[in-house]
Design a protein around this ligand. Structure first.
Ligand SMILES: Cc1cc2nc3c(=O)[nH]c(=O)nc-3n(C[C@H](O)[C@H](O)[C@H](O)COP(=O)(O)OP(=O)(O)OC[C@H]3O[C@@H](n4cnc5c(N)ncnc54)[C@H](O)[C@@H]3O)c2cc1C
Ligand code: SF4
Ligand code: SF4
Ligand code: SF4
Length: 654
């Protein structure tokens, strides 16, 4: 690729590349100094330097990296001269008692180099097992812990904090040191001659010590940005909290405005008033109930259709939903220029616009008003799918959502007062035959990333917010909430079936859990609050997949199917530079880097095939594909999703 600017680059590897850049920049004066912050000074910017006068400029490019300062242990004695964050020459520590703190590649490589140089090493790591480091480093450490004389070496350290190679070449007469692993331990205090820790059994232990290597990573240089008054994405401020409350309030209004007949809040004054918003709006004849009030007698089937449809809140909600998907979908296509994203976005938009909008709101009512469903085969089909009703268009065309949205996500065609056999058959085939089938081949994302309307909004309007999804063990535990909701959905299904058999307690139990119990009834709490208010209300602060990741009962069911899926994201380990970009863009909270830098296929059932990790990986490590049941890759997918692989002509699509 030819750079557009004045600097020209032709070399393919690092050293000649650096020479080329040096030659072209030798006339540019550099001034080594430490920038404290940037302040605005009228129309100019002032860079505040630590020990010198500041610099003034019209524009400032900040290129201070993302690594920032070394992370601190936060214990007494950390400031002692014997505590280091880098290892320069392991030979300096032969025969010494060294403590290495950490469990990533830096810690592993430091420990290996020190043991080979004859040091007595203890590794203290807070987790019970190593997972972040490269498998070969972990393997070497485990071998050395058993036998310090085992062959091991660090020829090209992965960590920039180890500057010297170490291994057998250091001399046959060099006596090997020793290695002790203290997993699940925590450093409490560092003293001149020893270190106090809490060991893996929770007991206090003091070990002799000459030197400590704190290899626990770095922290982003947030202080610089805070001092400069630059807003940090994801950081909570009063303004951000206020905007979250505002968005939730707007969503609370919208989802209650489009819903009438909500009960169960008689003794809860504030909730009672919120729940009545839809009924009040309808009884007062406010928007949209007044839109067609002045229309005379509609004559044609189309005007009959529009007269009713334009007076329904759901029509306006769905119209805005479709517009958002198309507008933000076009931006997504522009932002992520791969055939995968293009095809996926248009497919999602097509599912949303045709069967989930035009069909229930325009096409079916139009056919109905034209008399197509009045008799014959079409009449029988309509009676089975869209029963006659005393409201709206005279038939329940909204049930057509069930053609696309499967039980238990869309449950209104299953939890009916009398069994609707046609919908029960369709729902059973969708949920227990079609969905498991497509998941087997393409993974859960075939539905969640290509068909479902919630996925459509999340991948388009949510595209710019995907890095806001929280990661880590606490949030991973919350993933189980969906399983609880799924269990309640199955309980309701059981009660519903027994209720159809006129078993009184089952009918009463169903009604209580489904819509009568105050606040915790399924129809309000799950369908309206969690799927609607929380799901959409948290888009701009926690990403667009909060409902999908934590609460969706259909997703929870699909996670079971996904255990048997062939789908995986295949990783070419040697290309991975452990930059964490893939993990940070995953709005399902998956730690993809943890698979990629080990070269293991990513088969987490949460994956919705959004392709953000594949598309953003700067070195083209990742590709969609399939594996056998043992996790061995079988083949790549056909649709190119990685710009790097497209340029290289490798992997998916080639
Ligand atoms: C273990 C590891 C292996 C990697 N391997 C590869 C690889 O093989 N290939 C690859 O392409 N990428 C690799 N990367 C990623 C690559 O190193 C980074 O993407 C790249 O260095 C980022 O460059 P940068 O200029 O943005 O930041 P940096 O390289 O971090 O440079 C920032 C500079 O700013 C200076 N600075 C910081 N704060 C201030 C301040 N307040 N005032 C003045 N100066 C300041 C720092 O001293 C530093 O010199 C690797 C990264 C790691 C951690
Ligand atoms: S997780 Fe549930 S709501 Fe989200 S896209 Fe998948 S099926 Fe739809
Ligand atoms: S984005 Fe690519 S290079 Fe970076 S950690 Fe993920 S797989 Fe590795
Ligand atoms: S693993 Fe990749 S494709 Fe799957 S949801 Fe996360 S970012 Fe999207």
């Amino acid at each position: 690729m030819e750079p557009a600017g004045d600097l020209k680059v032709a070399a393919q590897v690092k050293e000649p590349l650096v020479d080329e850049l040096r030659a072209q920049t030798k006339d540019i004066q550099t001034r080594p100094s430490f920038a404290e912050s940037i302040k605005r000074k009228g129309k100019l910017l002032q860079v505040v330097l630590r020990k010198e006068d500041g610099l003034t400029a019209r524009r400032v490019i900040v290129g201070i990296g993302r690594s920032g300062n070394f992370r601190k242990l936060g214990v007494a004695g950390e400031e002692l001269d014997k505590v280091y964050n880098r290892l320069h020459d392991p030979k300096d520590y032969g025969g010494k008692n060294c403590l290495v703190v950490g469990g990533g590649d830096s810690a592993m490589e430091t420990a290996i180099a020190l043991v080979k140089a004859g040091a007595n090493v203890t590794i203290s790591y807070r987790s019970k097992e190593f997972s972040r480091a490269k498998p070969e480093n972990i393997e070497m450490v485990l071998q050395l812990a058993k036998n310090p004389a085992a062959p091991a070496e660090v020829i090209e350290p992965k960590s920039e904090r180890i500057t010297t190679a170490a291994g057998e070449f250091m001399g046959k007469d060099m006596r090997p040191g020793s290695l002790r692993l203290m997993l699940g331990s925590k450093v409490k205090r560092i003293a001149e001659r020893d270190v106090a820790l809490v060991n893996g059994d929770g007991k206090d232990e003091t070990i002799p010590n000459d030197v400590v290597f704190a290899m626990i990573g770095r922290e982003a240089p947030l202080g610089f940005f805070r001092r400069s008054g630059i807003r940090i994405s994801g950081e909570w401020s009063p303004g951000r909290i206020a905007s979250l409350v505002f968005v939730l309030a707007v969503c609370t209004f919208i989802y209650h405005w489009k819903k009438t007949g909500l009960g169960g809040f008689d003794h809860l004054p504030i909730l009672r008033n919120i729940a009545r918003i839809g009924d009040v709006w309808a009884s007062k004849g406010w928007f949209p109930y007044n839109v067609t009030a002045g229309w005379g007698d509609a004559q044609s089937p189309l005007s009959q259709t529009l007269k009713i449809t334009l007076g329904e809140p759901g029509f306006y909600y769905s119209t805005v939903y479709c517009i958002l998907i198309v507008v933000f979908g076009l931006r997504r296509i522009q932002r992520r220029q791969t055939p995968y994203v293009r095809l996926q976005t248009w497919t999602l938009a097509a599912f949303q616009i045709i069967p989930l909008f035009l069909l229930p709101y325009i096409i079916l009512p139009w056919l109905g008003h034209a008399g197509v469903f009045d008799h014959g085969v079409m009449g029988k089909v309509a009676d089975a799918l869209f029963p006659k009703a005393g409201y709206g268009h005279g038939r329940e065309y909204w049930r057509a959502f069930g053609f696309i949205l499967a039980w238990p996500l869309f449950f209104w065609n299953v939890f009916t007062s009398q069994p609707m056999w046609t919908w029960l058959t369709i729902s059973a085939i969708q949920t227990f035959v079609i969905i498991p089938g497509i998941i087997y081949v393409w993974g859960k994302g075939a539905y969640c990333g290509w068909i479902c309307s919630c996925g459509a909004l999340a991948e388009t309007m949510g595209d710019a917010h995907r890095t806001k999804m929280p990661h880590g063990p606490f949030w991973n535990r919350l993933n189980l909430a969906g399983q609880v909701i799924l269990a309640v959905a199955f309980l309701l299904l059981g009660l519903r079936i027994l209720g159809w058999m006129h078993i009184g307690w089952a009918e009463r139990g169903f009604s209580a859990i489904f819509h009568d119990a105050p606040v915790i009834n399924y129809a309000w709490l799950v369908d309206l609050v969690l799927a609607g208010i929380v799901g959409v209300g948290l888009y701009f602060h926690f990403s667009g997949r909060v409902w999908c990741r934590f609460f969706c009962p259909l997703a929870a069911l699909m996670h079971i199917y996904a255990r048997f899926s062939r789908f995986g994201i295949l990783a070419e380990k040697k290309k991975c530079i452990s930059c964490n970009v893939c993990t940070s863009v995953c709005h399902m909270g998956i730690d993809i880097m943890n698979f990629a830098n080990k070269g293991v296929p990513m088969k987490d059932p949460e994956c919705v095939r959004c392709s953000a990790c594949v598309q953003n990986c700067p070195t083209g490590v990742l590709a969609f594909g399939q594996t056998d049941q043992a996790g061995v890759p079988i083949k790549f997918d056909h649709i190119p999703a990685s710009p790097v692989r497209m340029r290289e002509g490798t992997g998916a699509g080639h």
